[in-house]
Ligand binder design. Structure first.
Ligand SMILES: C[S@@+](CC[C@H](N)C(=O)[O-])C[C@H]1O[C@@H](n2cnc3c(N)ncnc32)[C@H](O)[C@@H]1O
Length: 419
């Protein structure tokens, strides 16, 4: 079966990649160097990704958050002591250009749809393109990360900006486990502002626009969830602004389970001057700088004092797919994982045939990510006699039921072990 993949298939499976287009438009609004050139190359001069934001204050508030995170992260990377930055996810930011001008090697990792689109753009804009590479990965998929990093022989700094809040509990657990394995193999540290992102948004909007603007912020959050097609922007790694100290403990405990420890470094103390200050009054700038004193980036490293139970880690099976079409019924056997890497192949196989029903043998299936679940729903809805999964093992069944599959309205959907 011809599994030709195209941009629109990948975009449907991974709508979350649009959030990176929003981010680069905001960076250009803030005046971050080279962001406008990237916007031009992506043909986003009409700022289409920003159109779901209510008004100019909402756009300004979001641009302040994005610039503050970007510049503070760049400053922490430069101070990290490493000279390789593995940016997961890299999105469409100019970080590669900035860091290679400071003698860094830059490795951008993101979903294949982003890595493939962005690589030629950055290669054409950067002064040191040889020090830059990109790979398509799924952060929940260790095999994809290990393959992307197989030639790196020195410790590095992994940076995660704007990703962890989009994950479900099982995904966030998988990503943290993968990053720990990477730190075990390569050494280095993991820097992220993500745990405190909600706090950063709240403090920024309140300090610059006053309490009244918090409604606009909620509307922005809802628009981001709609754009990325995620149910909420919350998991155990993300601090709850109503409950800061207990959620810090929750996130630290999650890291501890994976043999990691975090140092919280003050945002304000590491934040350079921002270009966007040109668009603020001096009172707003001062209030904003003061507010950022309550916010932190997390520098995460291996906790050498704690050995995690290695023997529970079972190697993942590589993805494999077998399909036969029999009288309008597409019979598939899937092995390994349904995630952002494999889902587009499965959808492309489905769409090349004239199919009334799909039956998937899941006996060798190990994991389903959100992209995988979106795919199953998409297939189920678009074929007359629906989709049936059989031989589902207990861990996949748990992921499906944790994500509301048992509550789906679909009456033809079955999770059956006895077909
Ligand atoms: C809000 S953007 C942030 C991008 C960039 N770090 C920035 O600051 O602009 C979220 C990014 O996460 C990426 N992403 C989402 N899920 C992912 C996954 N499972 N694996 C790798 N990247 C993922 C998206 O493609 C997107 O580029």
């Amino acid at each position: 079966m011809n599994c030709e993949l195209n941009y629109s298939v990948k975009a449907r499976i991974n709508p979350i990649f649009f959030t990176a287009k929003t981010a680069i438009c905001l960076m250009a609004k803030a005046g971050i160097p080279d962001a406008d050139k990237i916007v031009h190359c992506l043909k986003l001069e009409d700022n289409q990704p920003l159109q779901n934001m209510a008004d100019s204050d909402t756009i300004l508030g979001n641009a302040i958050v994005v610039e503050a995170k970007y510049r503070t992260m760049c400053s922490l990377i430069e101070k990290s002591g490493y000279n390789i930055c593995v940016d997961l996810p890299c999105g469409y930011t100019p970080k590669a250009i900035h860091l290679t001008e400071k003698n860094f090697r830059f490795i951008g990792l993101d979903l294949p749809i982003v890595a493939e689109e962005f690589s030629p753009i950055i290669q054409s804009l950067a002064a040191y393109p040889k020090n830059i590479s990109f790979s398509g990965v799924d952060a929940t998929n260790y095999e994809s990360l290990a393959t992307a990093l197989r030639d790196v022989d020195k410790p590095f700094c992994i940076t995660t900006e704007g990703m962890m809040m989009y994950f479900t509990e099982s995904e966030v657990d998988a990503v943290i486990s993968n990053i720990r394995k990477i730190l075990d193999v390569h050494g280095g540290c993991w820097i992220t502002p993500d745990p405190e992102v909600k706090l950063q948004f709240m403090l920024t909007f309140r300090s610059v626009f006053g309490e009244d603007s918090l409604g606009k912020l909620t509307a922005t959050g809802n628009a981001a969830m709609k754009q990325s097609s995620v149910a909420n922007l919350f998991n155990s790694f993300i601090l709850d602004v109503e409950n800061i100290s207990s959620s810090i403990k929750t996130a630290e405990n999650l890291l501890k389970l994976h043999g990691l420890k975090a140092e919280r470094v003050n945002f304000a103390e590491n934040m350079p001057e921002l270009s966007i200050y040109r668009q603020l009054t001096s009172a707003q700038i001062q209030q904003f700088k003061d507010a950022m004193r309550q916010c932190h980036c997390w520098i995460i490293t291996l906790d050498e004092t704690r050995k995690i139970q290695e023997n529970i880690t079972v190697p993942e099976k590589s993805f494999a797919m077998n399909c036969t079409l029999d009288d309008g019924i597409l019979k598939m056997t899937l092995r390994g994982r349904i995630d952002s890497i494999s889902a587009p192949q499965i959808l492309a196989a489905f769409e090349t045939a004239n199919v009334d029903a799909v039956k998937i043998d899941c006996s060798a299936l190990e994991y389903i990510s959100s992209a995988g679940m979106r795919l199953l729903i998409d297939i189920h809805k678009s074929c007359a006699n629906g989709l049936v999964l059989f031989n589902v093992n207990s861990s996949v069944e748990k992921i499906l039921s944790q994500n509301g599959f048992t509550e789906m309205e679909v009456n033809k959907w079955k999770l059956s072990n006895n077909l």
